[in-house]
Write a protein of this length. Structure first.
Length: 73
């Protein structure tokens, strides 16, 4: 947990620990989500297709697919 101060230009500095945890560096884009009184920072990936590539790998094995196909008969 870190404490930051809002500048006269309404800016804050994201503490190093938070930047490292999010994996962001200077120039990276982040999305800010406000839910009630909570602020959530989410890093925006440079490429969405690259960010989700392989996300479903390993969910369905050949054995699972074969068993599902056999159930259709």
């Amino acid at each position: 947990m870190a404490e930051v101060t809002l500048s006269s230009k309404n800016q804050i500095v994201i503490p190093r620990e938070a930047r490292e945890a999010l994996g962001i560096r200077a120039g990276d884009r982040i999305s800010i989500v406000v839910r009630n009184s909570t602020v959530i920072l989410l890093p925006i990936p440079p490429s969405y297709p690259a960010a989700i590539r392989g996300i479903g790998r390993g969910i369905y094995t050949r054995k699972h697919v074969q068993k599902e196909r056999e159930s259709w008969d």
